[in-house]
Design a protein around this ligand. Structure first.
Ligand SMILES: CC(C)[C@H](C(=O)O)[C@@H](O)C(=O)O
Ligand code: SF4
Length: 468
């Protein structure tokens, strides 16, 4: 045991703290600043004050939220075209590398960063986007920031932050067959609540987390924010290094060897104390779906909806309002609920492994409802096509489209129609998230595929048996 045992979070935070103010806020150095179309306010602020970007080489742009998933050469909506052009122009003006609309590396920012080897252990990574927590899967300290903060980072390459409390979620045992990181994430959020981890930096630990692939770890860290956490982190190991090695911006040769030696220390020391500890049993987690309008309103697919009459005060009202919006009845079984369409994609579950698992469910089967499959990046799209996954999706009757945020948030025009019910591999089920009046059920990509096959919310386990 070291003299002052520290958590993984402490180590990365301490290495980035430039100074601490009297009120306790710290000025932190930012290693990577990712910018998408949402950065236009911040660039405008800089322009107003005539400021340059402090570290253009540490800033990376990518088109994702507004990226059309079809007909990219003829963008019909002038607002969408302008949002994309503005990012491409702002980054070009400041000498910032940008994976624009026509770049083969274009993709959702939280997919692109790790894929390019820009996301590395021990780095502090910011982006004006709440799901920046995704990058914590690599033992990085990664958190979303607001528009004003984006301008601050652009101008100074630093950020003011109040040190969050620490919390460890340890998942023991092992996940059952067809149960994924998404199910784990939704189930802890259901248990602790959408603000259950408020003010905390989470470290995910335990045998279930160690057994996850990097894709699974990213899914888990991605959803940290939906449980109210500031960020999510996972200690490095050989799985981390194997994922990074050989990526375009990853170190090579002697620098790689030295980096891995350093990165191995990015774990929590034995005896380090967290402000909070939570333990979950991995074996108890079932495929999980949301039924309401907050990610905390999630249940095992085998369960029935709660009866608001039996809930307390505010929670009863919230449940009633959610069921009303979602067109569901108190006490009804969740399984068997008919869906109108499906969506597979997003920074939560648009990676190659997600597509493989969904394809394993869909192979040789037809979807009973229309749906969209949008890979998390153009490179994932190419890889999936090489593996023949695109044909499985299209033969099942789903649309295979280009990469971007797409129907996760609908900013590019991919919307769910009012009142329609969508089984979605995304991370937010807020009212109107996928379009005005749209009804979103969050679940794993395998569960989305199962919903496609039966046309209803379905337990994927029997459908995947013997297929993975
Ligand atoms: C538009 C963007 C700033 C937003 C976010 O902050 O997360 C979006 O990505 C989301 O998922 O809601
Ligand atoms: S895919 Fe969805 S959650 Fe992820 S960054 Fe885009 S809009 Fe946000």
């Amino acid at each position: 045991m070291s003299a002052h045992p520290r958590t993984l979070f402490d180590k990365v935070w301490d290495a980035h703290e430039v100074l601490r103010r009297e009120d306790g806020a710290s000025l932190l150095w930012v290693d990577r600043h990712l910018v998408h179309e949402g950065s236009h306010h911040a660039f405008a602020k800089l322009a107003e004050r005539g400021l340059p970007v402090a570290e253009p080489a540490l800033t990376i742009g990518v088109v994702d939220h507004y990226a059309p998933t079809r007909n990219r050469d003829r963008i019909g909506d002038p607002d969408i075209a302008r949002m994309i052009r503005t990012l491409e122009e702002n980054t070009a003006r400041h000498g910032i590398r940008c994976f624009g609309m026509r770049d083969p590396r274009q993709g959702i920012v939280h997919v692109m960063g790790p894929e390019q080897g820009l996301t590395l252990p021990g780095l502090l990574i910011n982006c004006g986007d709440s799901h920046t927590s995704t990058h914590g899967a690599f033992g990085a300290l990664a958190f979303g920031i607001g528009a004003t903060e984006v301008a601050h980072v652009l101008a100074t390459q630093t950020i003011w932050q109040k040190r969050p409390k620490t919390m460890r979620i340890t998942v023991t045992g092992q996940l059952g067959p067809s149960v994924t990181a998404k199910d784990l994430a939704l189930s802890w959020i259901a248990e602790l609540g959408a603000d259950g981890a408020r003010g905390h930096a989470i470290e995910y630990a335990g045998p279930v987390v160690r057994a996850l692939s990097m894709e699974g770890r990213m899914t888990l860290c991605n959803l940290s924010i939906e449980g109210g956490a500031r960020c999510g982190m996972i200690a490095t190991d050989d799985v981390t290094f194997a994922y990074i090695e050989g990526r375009p911006y990853a170190p090579t040769g002697a620098v790689w060897d030295a980096a891995v030696t350093d990165w191995r220390a990015l774990t929590t020391d034995e005896g380090a104390v967290f402000d909070r500890e939570v333990t979950l049993d991995g074996a108890a987690i079932a495929p999980t779906v949301t039924w309401g309008t907050s990610p905390e309103e999630a249940l095992p697919i085998t369960a029935s909806l709660p009866d608001p009459a039996k809930l307390q005060g505010g929670r009863a009202d919230q449940a009633r309002a959610a069921m009303d919006y979602m067109g569901l009845t108190p006490g009804q079984r969740i399984e068997g609920t008919p869906v109108d369409q499906v969506f597979i994609g997003s920074c939560t579950n648009g990676r190659i492994e997600d597509l493989r698992m969904a394809a394993a469910v869909l192979a040789g089967r037809k979807s009973r409802v229309p749906g969209l499959v949008s890979p998390g990046s153009a490179l994932i799209k190419a890889q999936a096509e090489q593996e023949g996954l695109d044909r499985i999706f299209t033969e099942a009757g789903l649309d295979w489209v280009a990469a971007g945020c797409s129907m996760c948030v609908g900013m590019n025009g991919d919307l769910v129609a009012p009142g329609k019910r969508c089984a979605s591999s995304t991370n937010r089920n807020f009212k109107g998230r996928q379009g005005r009046g749209a009804r979103t059920h969050l679940m794993s990509p395998a569960m989305v595929a199962a919903a496609a096959v039966t046309g209803t919310l379905t337990d994927v386990r029997p459908l995947l048996e013997g297929r993975m």
